[in-house]
Design a protein around this ligand. Structure first.
Ligand code: DX5
Ligand code: ZN
Length: 218
């Protein structure tokens, strides 16, 4: 078992002090910066857009893991790439041509992820798992930080782990939503490779200490 990739979610940061928040992540043991994009259509909320991603990029010394919770992501992936995205995840629930969308993202030099909502079965990934770099397993419903972790996620992580092994695929399993110091180890034991953490990190008195604790899981 290797140590997890830790991706603090900037959604929970102080948006009036973004440079300070990004610098904290730079100085921490975190690996990626998770950036949630919401359109008020697919996700019942708005978060941030291209200028904010560009601003984060100017300060960030770590890869930007951009999670698109938007309809018609194929219309916008190029703009997010130009703004500085290193990984781009799209939701399976909105992609009629998922395979094409993945090719589009990888052709721009990005890692491609597929995000699945809590109700979406792992079996929906059977014919795409070999082509993707990341599966973002939503462990809350898209739209808000600080929600309660959905326990069925463990079952999905185990199923996904088997699917990846059977398919000789190499996709990383990313858990997004409600990660705590209590569930993080069990998630890694179940097969999670990447832990996203928003409120856990940014509401802590010592965010770098929390990141260090998550990173120490092996
Ligand atoms: C939810 C977002 C998550 C969120 C996680 O729509 O996709 O990335 O920021 O935040 P926490 O860790 O606070 O649940
Ligand atoms: Zn996210």
């Amino acid at each position: 078992m290797s140590t997890p990739i830790i991706a603090p979610s900037i959604l929970a940061a102080d948006f009036a002090n973004l440079a300070h928040e990004v610098n904290m992540i730079n100085e921490s043991e975190a690996d990626w910066i998770h950036v949630d994009i919401m359109d008020g259509v697919f996700a019942p909320n708005f978060s941030m857009g291209i200028p904010v991603v560009e601003a984060i990029r100017r300060h960030a010394r770590k890869p930007l893991d951009v999670h698109l919770m938007i309809v018609n992501p194929e219309r916008h992936v190029e703009a997010f790439r130009k703004a500085g995205a290193d990984n781009i995840s799209v939701h399976i629930e909105v992609c009629q041509h998922l395979h094409r969308n993945i090719q589009q993202i990888q052709a721009m030099g990005c890692k491609a992820g597929v995000a699945i909502n809590p109700h979406t079965s792992v079996s929906a990934l059977e014919n795409i798992i070999q082509d993707i770099d990341v599966v973002c397993v939503m462990s809350v419903n898209p739209g808000f930080g600080g929600q309660k972790f959905i326990e069925n996620t463990y079952r999905k992580v185990s199923q996904l782990k088997s699917l990846i092994a059977q398919s000789h695929a190499s996709a990383k399993i990313e858990i997004d939503g409600g990660v705590t110091l209590q569930n993080a180890r069990a998630l890694v034991d179940a097969g999670a490779d990447v832990l996203v953490a928003g409120h856990l990190v940014f509401s802590a008195a010592d965010p770098k200490g929390i990141i260090r604790q998550l990173k120490a899981i092996s």
